[in-house]
Design a binder for this molecule. Structure first.
Ligand code: PRP
Ligand code: GUN
Ligand code: MG
Length: 167
């Protein structure tokens, strides 16, 4: 792994992620009901499970997009799988909820918005550049922060904050 490009780290535990995703569901409960959910994989899979359980959404579709190929570096955005016609046929997306873990530059959400312009877009976390592209989110972090999700983390030794202290 190369050196982090974002100076600030925002690590998220499973417990915190569950609470934040549930808070997202509470906010979304005022915007529904939704006929279907579209989950932006892979990061959107975990909040999609939590939000769909809370809101009783059973029709769940994926749109598979990869854009961060190297650690913290956005490359060419690849749409690996688009949205099924059966979900597109639900109209222009007015009663469709699109979920992702976070919005950073907004490029990923913009690609999905071009497919379903009238859907409701929700992420758990948002950075300032991408924030205008989502309708609902829970927590904003600064643009120079990297969010570490629980599925990317493991337990490891933490050196003490003071340089001359021994752990
Ligand atoms: O707003 P943007 O700058 O476009 O970045 C946000 C996207 O980046 C991450 O996905 P990533 O491409 O890393 O793929 P993954 O979900 O499979 O981890 C994250 O899950 C969002 O989908
Ligand atoms: N895990 C993670 N993926 C991202 N993709 C774009 N921004 C981020 C971020 O802050 N954290
Ligand atoms: Mg993603």
């Amino acid at each position: 792994m190369s050196e982090p490009l974002s100076p600030k780290a925002f690590p998220v535990s499973w417990d915190q992620f569950h609470r934040d995703a549930r808070a997202l569901a509470w906010r979304l409960s005022a915007n529904g009901p939704f006929d279907a959910m579209v989950c932006i994989t892979r990061g959107g899979l975990v909040p999609a499970a939590i939000v769909s359980r809370e809101l009783g959404i059973r029709l769940i579709e994926t749109v598979c997009i990869a854009s961060y190929h190297d650690y913290q570096t956005q490359g060419g955005l690849q749409v690996i799988k688009t949205i099924a016609d059966s979900v597109r046929a639900l109209g222009d997306g007015r009663k469709v909820l699109v979920v992702d873990d976070l919005v950073d530059t907004g490029k990923t959400v913009q690609v999905v918005r071009d497919m379903l312009p009238a859907a409701h877009y929700a992420t758990v976390y948002a950075k300032p550049l991408g924030r205008p592209l989502v309708d609902t989110f829970v927590t904003e972090v600064s643009q120079d922060t990297w969010i570490y999700f629980p599925w990317d983390l493991g337990y490891s030794f933490q050196p003490p904050i003071a340089k001359d202290a021994k752990g």
